[in-house]
Design a protein around this ligand. Sequence first.
Ligand code: FES
Length: 158
Amino acid sequence: MDAEKRVAIAEVCPSGAIRYRRNDGRPNESPPPVNLTAIREGGPCAVLAGRRQGFGMTLCRCGASKDKPFSDCSHHDVKCDASGEPPTGQADMLAVRDGPLNTDPQTDGPLRVRGNLESTGGTGRVLARVQGATPCCCGRSAHKPFCDGTHARVCFKS
Ligand code: FES
């Protein structure tokens, strides 16, 4: 396959598993112009953002992954029915849409995300624009995609 086609595939890889490093003097991978997260119907949350560890990752939303906070496709096994079109929240345009995004998994709880982030549903509708969030990782929140504290009541183990 042509090298430029490989680069194009890597740049849209939703999980961040496909990466590249150029050896022709041209720029290597760079962070996206907008930090984005896309909520999948009945599935995980794809993130493309300026992270120190790479730019893409796919986060578990069902609580069943054996590789939390990342998805391992267990949502198929547990027949996750989380909506990909949750209600719109705070969606005013951010002054800055890129920049570093820090993700900090909380023990037996949600993921703590800090940084500029624009979230879209499965149809591409903007759900939220925030500078920090706590996405649910246990799959039991009544306010998905965000944590509502239910993880403590159901004794979620991450
Ligand atoms: S992590 Fe699911 S409710 Fe908090």
